[in-house]
Write a protein that binds this ligand. Structure first.
Ligand code: DX5
Ligand code: ZN
Length: 216
């Protein structure tokens, strides 16, 4: 699946910007609170407004503190997938249960320096594992191939039947990097600048999707 990130879209024209990626699988919405990450983007009222007009299901990536308090609201707003950061959670199992009770898929994200092992025991509660391939906070950064062993390990656990998860990669995904990520076992690819920076976002989505499918 290809999930274009609205972080690289024109924030003054979000309704038009989601129409430009109508053939994407998910639309990735980066929620940043200026505490968990240095940057500040948008919150629930804007997500509700996007949800009301988007032809594509929402994939909300919450880079915020206290996700247990705020995350369920995004599920209640109708997001298909809501991802919280492991580093910000005091009780990830409870967050996963609340998200699923509100009708969303539950995602757990880990930063580049966060080991996978620490979170293996809670992952059975989740539907999505988001492996950050840049430090969270900003679009347009360079892909970090050194995190791919975590994707490979998660894919191995899924193949062995120990986990059932979408494996999402986020950060620096473009025509030069998507094949490595797909080969490592990712199946959901967030792409901000590679889609919204392209002259034709629909063509960029199709090209990335074909590249990933070939590499897998
Ligand atoms: C970074 C965000 C990403 C970002 C990706 O903290 O989580 O979703 O939008 O942008 P690109 O694809 O430009 O690296
Ligand atoms: Zn993101």
């Amino acid at each position: 699946m290809i999930a274009p990130s609205l972080l690289s879209a024109d924030f003054a024209r979000l309704a038009d910007e989601v129409q430009r990626i109508a053939d994407a699988d998910w639309v990735h919405v980066d929620v940043m609170d200026a505490h968990f990450v240095p940057n500040l983007t948008l919150g629930l009222p804007v997500v509700q407004a996007i949800q009301a007009v988007s032809p594509v299901p929402l994939d909300c990536h919450l880079m915020i503190e206290h996700p247990e308090r705020w995350a369920p609201g995004y599920a209640e707003a109708g997001a298909r997938n809501v991802t919280v950061h492991a580093e910000a959670c005091t009780d990830p199992r409870a967050v996963a249960r609340d998200l699923k009770a509100a009708g969303a898929l539950a995602g757990l994200a880990i930063k580049p320096g966060t080991p996978l092992d620490t979170w293996l025991d809670v992952l059975p509660e989740f539907d999505t594992l988001l492996v950050m391939t840049v430090e969270p906070g900003f679009g347009g950064q360079s892909f970090m191939p050194e995190v791919l062993p975590k994707v490979r390990e998660a894919r191995r656990l899924v193949e062995a039947g120990h986990l059932q998860l979408f494996l999402e990669v986020d950060g620096g995904i473009n025509a030069d990097t998507i094949e490595q990520a797909a080969e490592a076992g990712a199946d959901v690819f967030v792409a901000g600048s590679a889609v919204y920076g392209a002259d034709d976002p629909a063509r960029a989505i199709a090209a990335l999707r074909a590249q990933a499918a070939r590499a897998r």
